[in-house]
Design a protein around this ligand. Structure first.
Ligand code: PGA
Length: 253
């Protein structure tokens, strides 16, 4: 059965002492993570090891990176490879967040290379997709997201695809306080699953966790996560608050 996932995306926030406090506050109030659930903390690169240490022995809670290089090693100043992440026992990486696509010009083709890198190193990619406001307003969102899936994922075998987590994040809902309605989220998630099903078959499609991202908070998580094709959330702003993020974790199915 596919996992229900609450993934925190801290982005470029917090000093190390603030990060430690947040993790300790989270752990102090956290309930047990159930067998079918997974909690991820996608933290800035310099904090991966320290946060991993703080989480030692906590079942169902793992550290994730927010990005990785499409190159394996070498003269790429400032980049972080999947081998480096593996060597720190990091098992998850966010790939293709809309901020990376927008501010760092990451294309669907480049993201396909990053997906391959992660999978070759047994790291689960959390692959982000989602449309901007003007695309939604012109009702081209399915076509747009379909193309993102096609160009970054459809070269994978069914077994490889089963290791990918997908996060649908409409750009107009990220950090704006404007959440997609639970119907809009369900509609897109069902579309994504039907596309995966057309390409890979229904059994494979049903094994993929599809997270929703975009202004998820304690107050709306339960309703969004209750939708049949929504398997949890990728959470930015609200994940910087221990109480909010715990409420979000407790809203998982
Ligand atoms: P937000 O960010 O929850 O602050 O909207 C979500 C994300 O960018 O992953």
């Amino acid at each position: 059965m596919r996992k229900q996932i609450a993934a925190a995306n801290w982005k470029m926030n917090l000093t190390i002492s603030q990060a430690e406090k947040l993790v300790n506050d989270l752990l102090a109030t956290a309930h047990e993570v159930k067998e079918n659930q997974q909690v991820l903390l996608a933290v800035p690169f310099p904090y991966l090891s320290q946060v991993e240490k703080l989480l030692a022995g906590k079942n169902g809670v793992a550290v994730a990176a927010q990005n990785c290089s499409n190159k394996l090693s070498g003269a790429y100043t400032g980049e972080v490879s999947v081998e480096m992440l593996s060597s720190l026992n990091i098992n998850y990486v966010i790939i293709g967040h809309s901020e990376r696509r927008e501010y760092f010009n990451e294309s669907n083709q480049l993201l396909a290379e990053k997906i391959n890198m992660a999978l070759q190193n047994n790291i689960t990619p959390v692959f982000c997709c989602g449309e901007a406001l003007e695309i939604r307003e012109s009702e081209k969102q399915n076509e747009f997201v379909g193309k993102q899936l096609n160009e970054s994922l459809y070269h994978l075998t069914p077994d490889q695809l089963k290791k990918v987590v997908i996060a649908y994040e409409p750009i107009w809902a990220i950090g704006t306080g404007k959440t997609a309605s639970s119907e809009q989220a369900q509609e897109m998630h069902a579309f994504i699953r039907s596309e995966l099903s057309n390409k890979y078959g229904v059994e494979t499609a049903n094994e993929i966790s599809i997270l929703y991202g975009g202004s998820v908070k304690g107050a709306n998580a339960k309703e969004i996560f209750s939708q049949p094709d929504v398997d949890g959330g990728l959470v930015g702003g609200a994940s910087l608050n221990a109480g909010e993020f715990n409420t979000i974790i407790n809203s998982l199915k």
